[in-house]
Design a protein around this ligand. Sequence first.
Ligand code: GLN
Length: 227
Amino acid sequence: MRVPSVGVLSLQGDFARHRASLEALGARVVRVSLPGHLEGLDALVLPGGESTTMLRLLELTGLRAPLETFARCRPVLGTCAGVILLGRDSGELPAPPLGVLDIAVERNAYGRQVDSFSTPVETAVAPGFHGVFIRAPRIRRVGPGVEVVARRAADGEPVGVRAGRAVGLCFHPELTPDLGFHRWFLAEVAGLALPGAPPRAAAGMWPGDARAGLDGEPAAAGSRGAR
Ligand code: GLN
């Protein structure tokens, strides 16, 4: 069986934990930091981090145009800063977002880093899922043709959307042991066969992650503080 090749944008932010989740499902993970790294990928993940920094680095690395092309026609999953990048209207940023999802997103709309939280998410994708929201954006408008795939259980607010093969989540599925969203993205959205994927892990938080990244400012690339 062919092993699916999944890229994780690795300019800054939370790429290491996405890698672990994708590898746990049997995917081969490619760190994407230059245009050539997009070649031959079956799907791409845009991690959480700092969208302003990522947009600047996309320009500097020459990744912006090829990544936009990829995201328009191939499977892409954006989480937290990633959904800000995928949105059409994401507020003030150093460069326009990619506009792949017809949504309006408000950055840092729940408050500062200390206002981060975890809360139950209502979704058919992964029943019983808890979303970790870290300086998370809020989806303020969902355009026609965009499907809401996850809502905050507490107030019904949309926190996950899909349009075709593009998925955006306001929370961090890579910070919980529940692989449901990654599995759904690879198998259902991207249509990839997953070799030797273990059964879905029990829902819950990784020990200690409730407080992960809640203090301090964004740190070096790949560190857990950089979200
Ligand atoms: N607040 C960040 C931004 O605006 C996103 C935070 C995150 O990805 N956890 O890009």
